[in-house]
Every structure is written in C-alpha cells, then in structure tokens.
Design a protein around this ligand. Structure first.
Ligand code: HEC
Ligand code: HEC
Length: 368
C-alpha cells in the first residue's frame, strides 16, 4: 500500500475512534451542592444497582413484544422526555399525558402529573410496564418470557448477582424495579448556567439578559418561583402540591377535557378539577411541547398563557378554578425575551451529555 494511502486510512481510523469515544470524555458534572436523593432502606443506591438499572432502563427486552424501553420515551438528549405532544405506547395507543423529563426525579415527593399516591420510584415503573390503560410496554401476562430473556444472558446474570448478592442475584420484577429506581436516583442535574451563577454570582454564567429574566421569574409580579421552587424548579420536591393554572374552562365552571382532568380523578373533589403537579423546569428548553397534555408548543406561548392569567382567558373566560398565584400580568417584549433567556439558562449541558446516564447500547441504537 502506498504510504499516502496508508496515512489517509490511519488518520480516518483515528478520527472515527475519537468521534466514537468523545462522548465518554465529557466533563463529569460538578457534584451537586445538595445531598443525593434519599433512597429507601431496602434499596440503597449502590454502584452495582445503578449500573444494572441503567442497562434495564434502556433495554427493549423489558417490554412484552421486545421493542420498547423506558428510554424510548425518556430520551436523555431531551432531558429524558420524548418530544411528543403525548406519549405513544407500544401498540400505538396514545397516552393522555405528555412524557415528563426525569432530571432530579429522585427528589420529588410525588411522581407523575397528578397522582398523589404515586410517591416511590420503585412502584412508579409498574405503570409503564404493566399498565393496560393506556398500554405502554405491554409486560403484563408476559412476565415469564421477559425474565427468561435476562436469565439467558450471562452478562445480565452477573449484573443481577453483583447488584443483589443477598438474594443470590435472583432475576425478578421487584429486583428490576429496584435497580431502575436506583439508576433514576442518579439522574442529577446541578450544572445549569443558573446553578453556576448561584455558586458564584461573579462567574458570568448568566448573561445580563438571563439575569434580568431570573429577577422577573422570582418577582412578585410574575410569581413563577412560588410553585417552580429552586433548586429543582418544582414544589414537588418540598411536598405534594397540585395547581390549576387555568389552561381550560370548557363549561364556565372550569372543566378540563374528559379523561385528563388532573387531581379530581383521584380525589373526586370538584375543587381539584384541573390541578396538576408542578413540573420541574430543568432542561425545559429541550422538553417541548409543554403541559400535562403537551398542548402548548413553545416557551413563548407558555409565557402568554401565564400573562393572560391562564390560557382559557385568551380565548374566552378565565377559569374560576385558576390558582390565586396565576393572576396574569403585563409584560413588555424585552421582558419576555429576558424571561425566555432565563428559562434557557436552566438547560444543563453537562447533564444532557453525561456519559454515565446514556444508553449502554448507544452504538447499536436503542436495542441490545
Ligand atoms: C410510552 C412512553 C413511556 C414509557 C415506555 C415509559 N414512560 Fe415514564 N412516563 C411517561 C408518561 C406519559 C409519564 C406521565 C404519566 C402520568 O402523569 O400519568 C411518565 C412518567 C414517568 C415518571 C414520573 C416523572 C415525574 O416527573 O414525576 C417516571 C419516574 C417514569 N415515567 C419512569 C419510567 C420508567 C422507569 C420506565 C420504564 C420502566 C418508563 N417511565 C417508561 C411515558 C413513558
Ligand atoms: C400556581 C403554581 C404555578 C405558578 C405560579 C407558575 N407555574 Fe408553571 N406550572 C405549574 C403547573 C401546575 C404546571 C403544569 C400545568 C398543567 O400541565 O396543567 C406548570 C407548567 C409550566 C411549564 C411547562 C413545563 C413542562 O415541562 O411542561 C412552564 C414552562 C412553566 N410552568 C413556567 C412558568 C413560568 C415562566 C411561570 C411564571 C410566569 C410559572 N410557570 C408560574 C405551576 C405554576
């Protein structure tokens, strides 16, 4: 082979190698300035459980038919959301709800959009795995098949053994759910420009425009910080709270669309119509579309919704059930731009690129 051809081949190989390994060389996130998420006594967040959980989270073999994983809907590059208006299950059935991101989910006292009894990550995964209404991963009735897939895989047997030595590495759904929960407790975002600004206000991490947006966000006039409490930008990390932001008023009395009415579906109390848990705003710039039903496409439209005192007020009457904290406010164009810049400063590039939380199957697509 002529030397020049060899050189071209060699440098091409080098470039390919660097391109492949580069994502693994990204800086690891600065350690969070708050403690790691609390874990139940029987499910400590050990490195072995986290690693097993990571494999399982991204493994399509965990679904009945074998072609959907948690990661199909919770995509790391989208802050663990899916970019769809509402989620779509393995049979093509539409979920009534938008897929939330999972950053800092280990800190939340209440999980999902509006179910006050959903409080533990270990239990939450039962819903996507076995739920029939809507069908998501369709594991119901196929448990034995699914477990057999992992039993047949030597690497998995070793991972279960390392993660659960006390049970001899038994491969069952309780262990699967515990490992996935342990993995999710490591999805920690703590390195947004906002975080860096809080750690060191002189760092220049926030642009002057974003800093003005931050002041607006926490101002009495806009009051966003009342519910989107820092550092996780949701009050769900403090206690279970649910709010009606006035998106719908179908009947003049504040009705939300049938089948997606929020807390009332669990309490039966008419006063809780349209109340939803506050979503975190970490990575919000990459988790569009917005709201429990994905019915707002852009952050600018979210701002219009709040400025009007609830979207219902934009096209008709404001909902009488709207939270007293969603009052509506005047906002100038420059202020809108500043607020948007601040919301963009909640994007955690370190988190989104963190090699430790990506799919271990990334080079083969979302499949083993
Ligand atoms: C078909 C898409 C889909 C799949 C697959 C899926 N999810 Fe979800 N996930 C959703 C949707 C939609 C919600 C909101 C559900 C609701 O509010 O009723 C959600 C909510 C969650 C939440 C609550 C987040 C929060 O902010 O409270 C967690 C945790 C979660 N999913 C983890 C998982 C795990 C673990 C798996 C795999 C076992 C999984 N999901 C599979 C779509 C999906
Ligand atoms: C009364 C509490 C409350 C206040 C005040 C509030 N929010 Fe919200 N926010 C919520 C709740 C609850 C939702 C979800 C509502 C739904 O889906 O029906 C939400 C949703 C959002 C979303 C969509 C996030 C997503 O992932 O879907 C954004 C963005 C947002 N709020 C920004 C703001 C801004 C900016 C302000 C201030 C102008 C603000 N919020 C004020 C409670 C509040």
């Amino acid at each position: 082979m002529p030397r020049s051809a060899f050189a071209i081949l060699f440098s091409t190989a080098l470039i390919v190698m660097i391109a492949w390994t580069a994502p693994f060389l990204v800086a690891q996130p600065a350690s969070a300035p708050w403690p790691p998420p609390p874990a139940p006594a029987d499910n400590p967040t050990t490195p072995e459980r986290v690693e097993l959980g990571r494999y399982l989270f991204y493994d399509v073999r965990l679904s009945g038919p074998g072609y959907m994983s948690c990661g199909t809907c919770h995509r790391p590059e989208l802050g663990f959301s899916d970019g769809r208006r509402v989620a779509i299950g393995i049979t093509g059935e539409r979920h009534p709800r938008n897929t939330p991101g999972l950053a800092n989910v280990g800190y939340f006292q209440v999980l999902t959009w509006a179910n006050p009894s959903e409080t533990r990550l270990e239990e939450q995964s039962i819903r996507p795995l076995f739920g029939r209404d809507p069908i998501e991963m369709m594991a119901e009735g196929r448990q034995a098949d699914i477990l057999a897939r992992f039993e047949a895989d030597l690497a998995y047997r070793a991972r279960f053994q390392a993660a659960f030595p006390e049970t001899g590495g038994a491969i069952d759904f309780p262990a699967i759910r515990m490992a996935i929960a342990a993995f999710q407790r490591t999805l920690i975002s703590a390195d947004t420009p906002y975080d860096r600004h809080v750690r060191d206000p002189a760092s220049g991490a926030l642009s002057p425009e974003a800093e003005r947006g931050m002041d607006l966000f926490f101002s009495d006039r806009l009051a966003c910080g009342t519910c989107h409490l820092p550092p996780h930008f949701t009050d769900a990390a403090v206690e279970p709270r649910f709010h009606n932001t006035g998106l719908y008023n179908l009947d003049g009395a504040g009705a939300y669309p049938e089948g997606n009415q929020g807390l009332i579906e669990h309490t039966g109390d008419p006063a809780t119509m349209g109340r939803f848990r506050t979503p975190s705003l970490r990575n919000v710039a990459v988790t569009a579309p917005y709201m429990h039903d994905g019915s707002i496409a852009t952050l600018d439209d979210v701002i219009s919704h709040y400025a009007a005192g609830g979207r219902a007020a934009l096209s008709g009457e404001p909902s009488p059930l709207t939270s007293p904290h969603v009052r509506g406010f005047p906002i100038r164009e420059t202020e809108r731009a500043s607020l948007t810049a601040f919301l963009h400063a909640l994007t955690d590039a370190t988190f989104l690129a963190d090699a430790r939380i990506q799919s271990p199957y990334r080079w083969r697509g979302n499949a083993p």
